[in-house]
Design a protein around this ligand. Structure first.
Ligand code: UD1
Ligand code: MG
Length: 480
């Protein structure tokens, strides 16, 4: 993507992106900082960083952090972006004041809001290109909203692109509140002009904060041009300031994800009922039934069917896999043509081989199951290594835990484990061996052997009739 990034293409105009993310998010009434709240399976800020990193290298991205800065830094540490501390948080204008040193080497800065995660790279690029083409002191990305309540309003000079000021909802007059063109909270600035004039911001407003929005008025007074360019898709500017807004963004993001997957050839019968995180990948001709959740770092192959009420989290599912209803798959791998469920639980570290069948109420943990093996009913397989062509009978349990440590069960190729067997680990069942039903196996079984670990059956012929007779005799009243 390097050729798309600005620094490479415009050495004479060094571009930085600042993401404002220091606020507490009072309106969310949460201990977690606002920008770490999640939509589409990822934090608000992580979404913004992903889009910003399509425009400039991570080393030119600066997140302004303050409230619970440690948590925010930790969550975004791997992205390689820079962090600037704003302590205390005295408003969006103040956020840019503290970034003064960081911005010195740059000519242009694009400012994004860490709480508006729908912003797309193409929109950032359009804002930047507009700003570079017209070279004003400040360019505002605006949007026309049917309901502009809560947003700052853009006051234009007549019908021109020139902006007079931005007025916040709280300070707006009734006439100004009728303006539908709002401030998205995304801007581009000339860095030298911003640095020269930012100290003119005042905090004489209802919140006692330095508003970055007031830079429009400041530049206006200094006779420097301020422009606004309208976003093509107003949805991209939605901010997650309240729980209701977060839920709305989450819904829109997930619907957009489903539509994108459908465009790639995936059938999703009821997108509104599915929860699919933004990083999930699904191959073409896969069918996703209603009420399915695909979460985190999950990849699903082609021609799979994920049936209703199944949840797949951080897992790799190969091609032509069927996941029957009600299955839960966590941090696991499933190879091609396998069939899971209904009601299969794969716990972390499971690896299900090609064409294997794992059925009803089977729990698998940290276990590898070989090609074509079957465990179809009511079974627990934990810390086990199971070969190819193995048949695990209904109700089989690997006893992997002795109360203090976990032990391994090894079942080699071609083994048949009879129903209701308990395999007390550590234990090894050699190739092609048989374990008789209802056995409790405590010692290794060599290749090709039959192991029986249960009491021999005894038969008492005529026992039922004999008992009936003796009971009848005992219940007869005395002297009758
Ligand atoms: C802001 C704009 C408003 C615009 C709206 C769009 C101001 C004064 N108002 O309002 O015109 O319509 O965005 O969503 O800018 N932040 C800091 N440091 C601070 C304060 C805030 O980094 O001291 C960060 C927040 O974490 C947040 C972002 O700046 O990510 C925006 O702040 P927020 O309080 O959400 O501003 P809005 O009320 O949404
Ligand atoms: Mg906001």
């Amino acid at each position: 993507m390097a050729k798309a990034k600005h620094r490479a293409g415009a050495a004479s105009n060094r571009v930085a992106i600042v993401i404002m993310a220091a606020g507490k998010g009072t309106r969310l009434k949460s201990k977690l900082p606002k920008v770490l709240h999640e939509v589409g399976g990822k934090s608000l800020l992580a979404h913004v960083v992903v889009s910003a990193a399509q425009i400039v290298p991570a080393s030119d991205i600066f997140a302004i952090v303050g409230h619970e800065a440690y948590l925010v830094r930790k969550a975004l540490d791997k992205t390689g972006i820079n962090f600037v501390h704003q302590q205390p948080q005295q408003g969006t204008g103040h956020a840019l004041m503290v970034a003064r040193n960081a911005l010195k080497p740059y000519d242009t800065v694009v400012v994004l809001s860490g709480d508006a995660p729908m912003i797309q790279p193409a929109t950032i690029r359009r804002l930047l290109d507009f700003h570079l083409a017209h070279a004003p002191a400040m360019t505002i990305l605006s949007a026309n909203l049917h309901d502009p309540t809560g947003y700052g309003r853009v006051l234009r000079r007549g019908k021109s692109a020139q902006v007079q000021a931005i007025v916040e909802e709280k300070s707006a007059s009734p006439a100004q509140k009728l303006i539908n063109e709002i401030n998205s909270g995304f801007y581009a600035f000339s860095v030298p002009q911003l640095q020269q004039h930012i100290d003119r911001l005042q905090n004489n407003n209802p919140h006692g904060e330095f508003y970055l929005t007031d830079m429009a008025g400041v530049f206006q007074k200094a006779k420097l041009p301020v422009l606004a360019t309208e976003a093509e898709n107003p949805h991209e500017i939605l901010g997650g300031n309240t729980r209701a807004e977060l839920v709305q963004i989450d819904r829109e993001m997930r619907l957009a994800k489903c539509l994108a997957l459908m465009a790639e050839g995936v059938t999703i019968f009821s997108p509104q009922s599915c929860v699919i995180d933004s990083d999930v990948v699904v191959g073409s001709d896969t069918v996703i039934e209603p009420f399915v959740q695909l979460l985190g770092d999950t990849k699903i192959g082609s021609n799979c069917r994920v049936r209703s009420y199944s949840i797949v989290e951080n897992s790799r599912i190969a091609d032509r896999v069927t996941i029957r209803p009600g299955s839960l798959i966590e941090d696991s791998i499933v190879q091609a043509n396998a069939i899971l469920g209904p009601y299969t639980h794969l716990r972390p570290g499971s690896d299900i081989g090609e064409g294997a069948h794992i059925g009803n109420f089977v729990e698998v943990k940290k276990t590898r199951i070989g090609k074509g093996s079957k465990a179809n009913h009511l079974t627990y397989l934990g810390d086990a290594e199971i070969g190819e062509g193995v048949n695990i009978g209904a109700g089989t349990i690997t006893c992997n835990y002795d109360g203090s440590a976990k032990h391994e069960t090894i079942i080699e190729d071609g083994v048949f484990i009879g129903s209701d067997s308990t395999l007390v680990a550590p234990i090894r069942i050699g190739p092609n061996a048989y374990v008789g039903a209802a056995s409790c196996i405590t010692d290794d079984v060599p290749q090709g052997a039959l192991a029986l670990g249960r009491a021999r059956q005894t038969l008492k012929k005529g026992w039922v009739a004999a008992r009936k007779k003796s009971r009848n005799a005992a219940s007869k009243p005395a002297g009758a």
